[in-house]
Design a binder for this molecule. Structure first.
Ligand code: NDP
Ligand code: MG
Length: 395
């Protein structure tokens, strides 16, 4: 049997490692050709030794040089950039799991070089879906979003059209601060925000989940991927994170997709086209009926999660999401580095949206890659300016 050729972009991250777990269980079916990371020297070294990929892309220059030195006489080819990979090399499956807009160009490139692409990197969908979707059509690449909500919506709406659908709920756990008293929000430290009650994820998405920015990003992601009317979506709090999306149909039926909080479930189902026996991948028993007994849903409290007030066409359509995404990346990074308080994320974003130049950068319908970076750069610069201007207030 010919082994499937695999690439994992962002292999040292949470999604990357879960994907390697799934793939490594069936070594006779897969051939790991390419892995990539940014700066985690120890994990890169470990993955080269364990998985013996043909290529490893290391984007951070200092770490790249250290890895090149370490593996000088070995078979693996260490690349500094994805574009150094010959374009004639084709993959059966790529898992796009870099975090942030850094994933945009690699995702575009691997959509061209792969038969099937599993998309986790939501920031590239948000900023560049109009580019990625053209390549998908031209190259007939199969695309599967593996963010659990989108994976669920895809399954639930398969065979239906916009006119059949009344409503689509995207669930949000509410994160670690769902019940925290308001007056203590400004005391929140990054380590508090990393403690997601249900999922174990990378730092950025954990912080995005704690204030519901992750759901805003997911709404935009859904607007882009699916052809349904944006007005049909609603975010709903579901603290157990077991149901990922609910679709109400006009015919009176509703469907939801339930699965345990383990990303290996959408990843393995995407890899194996739903033909997988999950007990071969996840050993623990899931007590389905017991868990169903305790399922809750509630409306989003806008006072607790003011970020949902950004659900407005002005901020979520055309090129505005590029600004939202870039400013948020800067703000999350600043919060992680203790440069701004937790509430500074929402407050500064609000200021970026009120800036007199916002309108100029937010109205591009289908910006090319150069224009995307121009908008992204403006938003980053503006956000950093606002942070430094308010620094006195923040400390
Ligand atoms: P992590 O932070 O755990 O991992 C990110 C990966 O990207 C690492 O391999 C990291 O390398 C690499 N990376 C970081 N910066 C760069 C850069 N500048 N250039 C190239 N590579 C870089 O993130 P997650 O795995 O949690 O998330 C990955 C993506 O998937 C995100 O877009 C997230 O929103 C999405 N997602 C994640 C889910 C989850 O459960 N974790 C669920 C749904 C979607 P290094 O380790 O060397 O820094
Ligand atoms: Mg999600």
């Amino acid at each position: 049997m010919i082994k499937k050729k695999i690439a994992i972009l962002g292999s040292t991250g949470s999604i990357g490692k879960s994907s390697l777990d799934v793939i490594n269980l069936n070594k006779n079916k897969f051939n790991i050709i390419l892995l990539s990371a940014n700066s985690n020297f120890k994990e890169i070294k470990n993955q080269i030794k364990t998985y013996r990929p043909k290529y490893f892309v290391v984007t951070n220059l200092i770490v790249y040089e250290k890895i090149v030195k370490k593996f000088r006489n070995k078979k693996v080819k260490i690349l500094r950039k994805f574009t150094e990979l010959p374009s004639k090399i084709k993959f059966d499956i790529t898992i796009a799991a870099i975090v942030g807009i850094a994933g945009l160009e690699p995702t575009i490139q691997f959509t061209k070089q792969s038969k099937k692409i599993l998309l986790a990197n939501k920031e590239s969908i948000i900023c560049g879906w109009h580019i990625i979707s053209k390549i998908i059509k031209k190259n007939k690449t199969e695309v599967v979003p593996i963010d659990s909500e989108h994976f669920s919506i895809k399954q639930l709406t398969n065979g239906y059209k916009n006119a059949d659908i009344k409503k689509i709920y995207i669930t949000a756990s509410g994160g670690p601060f769902l019940k925290r008293p308001f007056h203590s929000f400004n005391k929140i430290k990054p380590k508090d925000a990393y403690k997601h009650p249900n999922w174990s994820m990378g730092k950025k998405i954990s912080i995005d989940s704690s204030n519901l920015m992750n759901k805003i990003l997911e709404l935009i992601e859904a607007y882009k991927i699916f052809l349904f009317d944006p007005k049909k979506y609603e975010i709903i709090i579901h603290p157990q994170s077991l149901i990922h999306a609910i679709v109400l149909f006009k015919n009176g039926q509703s469907k939801f997709l339930y699965h345990d909080t383990d990303m290996r479930i959408p990843i393995s189902n995407a890899i194996y086209d739903n033909q997988v026996d999950i007990k071969n991948i996840i050993k623990k028993n899931n007590n389905f009926l017991d868990k169903l007994k305790n399922i809750e849903f509630m409306k989003v409290d806008k006072k607790r999660f003011p970020i949902v007030t950004f659900i407005n066409n002005k901020f979520l359509s055309k090129s505005a999401p590029i600004i939202l995404n870039a400013s948020n990346e800067v703000l999350v990074d600043s919060f992680i580095k203790n440069k701004i308080p937790y509430n500074g994320i929402f407050n500064t974003l609000n200021r970026v949206f009120k800036d007199r130049d916002f309108g100029k950068y937010a109205v591009k319908k289908t910006p090319g890659i150069y224009e995307i970076y121009k908008i992204d750069k403006w938003a980053r610069k503006k956000t950093l300016q606002l942070i430094s201007r308010n620094y006195e207030k923040f400390i």
